[in-house]
Design a protein around this ligand. Structure first.
Ligand SMILES: Cc1ncc(COP(=O)(O)O)c(C=O)c1O
Length: 375
């Protein structure tokens, strides 16, 4: 007897994560360091308080975690000014994305988002037989909120705004986002994905939680954050968000009983106390991003001005993104070709620590001019 997946899964493939350091080591051998800049992880590891909390909790792992995440919810509510019942937690923001689909979408419902953008929006919508509506970015590679508003129909149940957008690194400003949210028909939830929020220092970049949900009191906005990036906890999986209590409750109803594990819980709590180190990480990322952009310009490429911990680079016609990635991998550097994200002629490079930036800049100087000259 054979088993067939349900029709909604036909044509879908499992999410392909960026190449891992171990997989590249197996391929190229040697023992030179591998520089992993393909998945937008923070390069610095968990904050010291999180490491201490994880270590201290290991001996208690025979116990289930608090399935309601009472303490973490309370702390996040205190910090943001939201009520605890407005705080949602997940095994990474990814998990909240699929739980949103499970909780809100019926077959045939439409979900509008920009494109190129985060592939998980499309996957999580299709898994429940709902319909992704992908609206091209504007000429500056930003979410085109007017075009997205025009794409909203009476079948639309959710819209995603990735701010800043992965993979382009661009953002929508406060005025445009606020106008967009306020223009949506009743019953359409706007999910603002702020996975890279902490990196952005532009004064007109909106804090979705503080401004739209808490101070603005909007009941049609859910804002997502993650500890996978600047907090250095990608391997542990901590995602959270703030939004309408009834949506949070619906997600709590569909999610697994122990959505977040006990180590993720204690690490997240401890990380929230380390504000100063975060500021240093933001500054170092800005410096690294500027050096990387300069080096890319020097070799004749034009990175999109980005505000997060990565840069997106559209390649000139004829230069194959997968081949650029492959040649950098030969030199031990992992970046991300963007076909899966809807940009077949683009690459994305994470801004790592100063050594990572120096390594990728060296590899780009060795590889890119030759490839450009060949076209
Ligand atoms: C825009 C965006 N949203 C969500 C996520 C998922 O984050 P998490 O690691 O918390 O699942 C990512 C991760 O790369 C991302 O880029």
């Amino acid at each position: 007897m054979t088993f067939e997946a349900k029709p909604a899964l036909q044509g879908l493939r499992p999410y392909e994560p960026g190449l891992s350091a171990e997989a590249l080591r197996r391929r190229i051998g040697g023992d030179a360091p591998i520089v992993k800049l393909g998945s937008n992880e923070g390069p610095w590891g968990p904050l010291p308080g999180a490491v201490a909390a994880i270590t201290a909790h290991v001996a208690g792992l025979n116990r289930y975690p608090d399935g309601a995440f009472h303490e973490l919810r309370g702390r996040l509510a205190d910090i943001t000014g939201a009520r605890p019942e407005q705080v949602v937690l997940g095994n990474g923001a990814d998990s909240i994305l699929i739980n949103l689909s499970l909780a809100l979408l019926r077959p045939g419902d439409e979900v509008v988002f920009g494109w190129p953008s985060f592939i998980t929006y499309a996957l999580s919508v299709r898994k429940v037989d709902a319909v992704p509506v992908q609206v091209p970015l504007d000429a500056d590679h930003r979410y085109d909120l007017d075009a997205m508003r025009a794409a909203v129909t009476d079948r639309t149940r959710m819209v995603y705004v990735c701010n800043p957008n992965n993979p382009t690194g661009t953002y929508v400003d406060r005025d445009r986002l606020t106008r967009f949210v306020d223009s949506l028909p009743e019953g359409v939830l706007c999910v603002v994905d702020e996975a890279y929020h902490e990196y952005v220092t532009a004064p007109d970049y909106p804090d979705g939680i503080g401004e739209l949900v808490v101070a603005g009191g909007r009941s049609n906005v859910l804002v997502l954050r993650t500890m996978s990036k600047i907090y250095g906890l990608a391997g542990l999986r901590v995602g959270w968000g703030v939004g309408p209590a009834e949506v949070v409750r619906a997600i709590d109803t569909v999610r697994g009983p122990f959505e977040m594990n006990a180590l993720a819980n204690v690490a997240a709590l401890a990380s929230l106390d380390e504000r100063e180190l975060l500021a240093e990480r933001v500054e170092a990322t800005e410096t690294g991003r500027a050096s990387l952009a300069e080096a890319l310009h020097e070799v004749g490429l034009a990175p999109i001005p980005g505000v997060a911990n990565f840069l997106c680079v559209p390649l000139p016609g004829g230069v194959d993104a997968a081949e650029v990635a492959r040649q950098l991998e030969e030199r031990g550097v992992i970046i991300r070709p963007l076909a899966m994200f809807g940009m077949p002629d683009g690459i994305r490079i994470t801004v790592g620590d100063p050594d990572d930036v120096a390594a990728v800049v060296g590899a780009i100087r060795a590889v890119v001019p030759r490839m450009l000259a060949a076209h």
